[in-house]
Design a protein around this ligand. Sequence first.
Ligand code: FAD
Length: 399
Amino acid sequence: TAMRLLVIGGGFGGASAASFARRTYPEVQVTLVEPQPRFVTCPYGNLLLGGERQIGQITHSYDGLRARGVEVIHDRAAGIDAPTKRVRLAGGAVLAYDRLILSPGIAIRWGAIEGYDEAAAQQMPHAWIPADGSQTLLLRRQLEAMPDGGVVGFAIPGNPFRCPPGPYERISMVAHYLKRHKPRSKILALDAKEGFSKQGLFQDGWRALYGDMIEWVPGNRDGRVVKVDVAERVLETEFGTRHKVDVANVIPPQSAASIAAASGLVNDTGWVPVNTRTFEARAAAGVHVIGDANIPGPMPKSGYVANTTAKQAVAAAVALHRGQTPPEPVYFNTCYSHVGENYGISVVGIFRPNADGTAIAEVPNSGGVSPRGDLPEQRRLEAIHADSWYDSITRSMFG
Ligand code: FAD
């Protein structure tokens, strides 16, 4: 009988896995479980905040996967029983599988910042898990409603978190919007870290495009936000400084999505340790965990990595089911960021796991970041490459 591949989560990892499985192994029966009727991408959500995209342009249907022969079930996985190879859905159904791909994404660590709970997120959006897009749209509406001369505050977490350059692209895109519509406004970026991805490139771009609009405060200068006061619209840092802002985007500390913890897959970091060649969870045979939920060694938590590792996880799952050796993997990442109009930058990494699947290392002398300097044509081309990347990865997921 046909191998049954069950995929939980229809985002960057899960949709990529389902599509790749159908394209590559037509004999495999693929079922995808995802609660949302449509998928809103985090990537390019920052451009929506900047006024450069509409929500419809970053929303994707599952019809393409259905047309490829994937059975798509809109429900939520409530429990995984790895020994009997069964998944229980919130709606009551029980699905049996031969191999499971789990890509449920992240959860917010509510309460890790004092006062930041689900109710607070309705006033100070995180917009870091798009779900139905409502968080990103809320933040956009708050920016639109803010008077010129207001302060937009950001709280940015320590590592690891979803999309290392994401907060800084968001700062850029908010600055892009403010410069056009509310040029007397300021951005106060409070960061738990002392440095960040593509920092030199971002800060060059900020100075060139936005002058002194953006103030970034690192962790060693009291940038770590530990408390929010929603009623007063205050972000409070480690040493008790209270920053009053007009709009607050709180990007809180994160962990693997709740289904991973509920199924006993996470360790004390809150993320899922995996075999780096097959992505099988250390804690459960036959359960391959990809995307942001796992611990990917030095690889960033990115949609690109979720897509590239999805392919290896599917190939490994099929090989192991057939009693074969999984293929030799290599993992790629490119993270593009838009700093302004016609202004893109990137970081590239190439990674390989070690022989026994216990670690991943960046391939020496590979990858790197865009060159620094006054290079308008380079920036213009990279903005175009970024748009092409978005089109091709979403086609690889949903097409
Ligand atoms: P997701 O894509 O979040 O998918 C998880 C899915 O699982 C969701 O659809 C969810 O509904 C579903 N799910 C959760 N729990 C269950 C359950 N119990 N049962 C069934 N389904 C469940 N990455 C890039 O490569 N390039 C970028 O330019 C980029 N920009 C970004 C910008 C922002 C603002 C942010 C926040 C992120 C960005 N990222 C980018 C990162 C990228 O979005 C993530 O790395 C990627 O989404 C991870 O894929 P995933 O499959 O782990 O999670």
